[in-house]
Design a protein around this ligand. Sequence first.
Ligand code: 5AD
Ligand code: SF4
Length: 467
Amino acid sequence: MHLPDLEVAKKREKKENKYITLNEDIKKVFTNKKYFLRTYGCQMNVHDSEAIRSYLERLGLVNTSNIEEANVIVLNTCAIRENARDKVIGFLGKCHYLKKNRNDVKIVIAGCMSEQPDFVSLIKEKYSFVDIIIGTHNLYDLPKLLVQEFSKLEIEVYSESDEVLEGMQYERDSKYTAWINIMYGCDKFCTYCIVPYTRGRERSRKKEDILKEVMELKNKGYKEVTLLGQNVNAYGRDIGEKFSDLLESVAKTGIERIRFVTSHPWNFTDEMIDVIAKYKNIMPYIHLPIQSGSNEILRRMNRRYTKEEYIELFNKIKTKIPNATITTDIIVGFPNETREDFEETLDVVKTCEFDGAYTFIFSPREGTPASRMEDKVTLEEKEQRLYELNELVNYYANKSNQKLLNKEVEVLVLGKSEKDNAKVYGYTDTMKLVNIEGVNVKDTIGKIIKVKIKDAKSFSLDGEVVL
Ligand code: 5AD
Ligand code: SF4
């Protein structure tokens, strides 16, 4: 029997649609079965996990947070740094223990690590109890692979890395804010980065498909969408579109809040800045990774801009969008980074006074050019640099938050605070986290409300509902 609700993952630019068709017998296989899903890594992975959840639930599996009772354990993995990998390897130890005691549990490894040949070999050799390894390109094969695992039915497995999926279904984490993939992959090949290898070449979704998804979400009551890509300003280059045009079209749908991540400083056009400045529903929040303040390191990273060019862009954005919040990513301890190189990074942080920054110690990724570069800097030195950098970054993050003290800000309330159940939390237009208290504060969930800021810390704000 053909079940239309399982028709997903139609490939664009292919005559044949890729449908997953299951019959009732197969569906019975999953009755009373539960799944446990653990996600590591970036927003792209978080969003992929929403697709994984949708696949599993439409097969009939039920979510559980108790791994002991799960029949399917899915680890959606990240490969960006070694510690992400260590966490997965550690978790696999626990999975092995579970499998020893029960034979009805299947272990699935999805995500970026599954796209790394050395990792896949490691799993096959040392962790052969893993049942399914599924990459980022053929996620839609997960239902078929699971059916195969549980029922031993022969089904063809298909994988191709140059495609764009349409019609994907997501079991979204939130009812108010949603991720939307606008493109997949990255062509920038920064020398330290594994993403072009694990996520493949840049492929953009068609503008009309993206707008359709925005409208569907808006009609369902979503207040906010975040347009996702490894490098959103490269959107459309493969299909003759421009990110600034897409952003403008999304703004015209009238959805209340639009965000986009991540922007690359290279090719961040004036048109983009103008569109962001023009539309009130495009949030004045720009995540603009600089990675290093040293031109020599930037060159070796293949970042395609100099410190001066970055600062010029930064100032242009701040001039045209005065209320913009700009955050960044910084790597310390890139191979042979000198103390002088590092101090240039500190200088840029002082010049830009970033509202926030994610900071990392360089982690060599197998297969990337930087992993083969000579590196005489000791780990101790790298840790010292990270510590110094974090002190500075936190100082400016705190300074940025202090500016909001006693001010009224608009917050999209997303749910109850984890720490204090009497409070709710949400984000300002500039992506600052606010914990909010007030009379009947729980009724504000899912709404954009005015909040007066009462206290400001480095990583969050406390506020009160303005009546
Ligand atoms: N080592 C350390 N940090 C890295 N990033 C990417 N690759 C590496 C690596 N090999 C950081 C960059 C990027 C962020 C998502 O992760 O700063 O912007
Ligand atoms: Fe990695 Fe550079 Fe692409 Fe970002 S732009 S995903 S850091 S290769």
